[in-house]
Design a binder for this molecule. Sequence first.
Ligand code: DX5
Ligand code: ZN
Length: 210
Amino acid sequence: MIKIGASLISSDLMNLGEVIRKLESAGLDFIHFDVMDGHFVPNLTFGPEMARAIRKISKLPLDIHLMTDEPQKTARWFIDSRPEYLSWHIETPADHLGIISFLRENKVKPGMALNPSTDVQKLMPFLDFLDFVLLMSVNPGFGGQKFIPEVAQKAVEISKKKKLELFIDGGINDKTAPVALRAGITNLVSGSYLVQSQDYSETMKKLKNF
Ligand code: DX5
Ligand code: ZN
């Protein structure tokens, strides 16, 4: 069963409540929430107050994607929004196993995110401890970038070792989703293609139809 998540940063932010309500009634599976700190990536986005505000208006599972230098610190700020998933980047010099236990204690599924240029072999020692992996198919920082197709092969490599939920994030549309799904991706994160479309339900159907 393929799951679709909406990345909100490219949506109509002045009407975010309405956007979320419409996505929810169109059958969205989860909200992908991008946290950028201006250090790990050259951009700033949402913080914990925004996550709490979303939690108040929607029952959709929250998928927090930390693009921050100190994920062991920032992860704590999001626990009271009761996310289903939380990912942080393997490229950060963090205590990865410590973050995993902290998330498990708080009933949040831990996932590690990989930049497009990061070797998938670096992830292998952590696979047994994770519930999911998030493969970046663009360089993190901005919505609306072009999909890097070579990244899909990482899903094939991971699936040989372990079955877990595999997310792909960046440049997903009706042309690139099939490439990802054929490689074994289970969760598609879509930003600009989905949230800027007119009919969310039709767009989600196109993403799942490969
Ligand atoms: C990029 C973010 C993505 C992005 C996806 O740093 O992590 O979630 O918003 O947007 P699109 O689908 O437009 O590439
Ligand atoms: Zn993201």
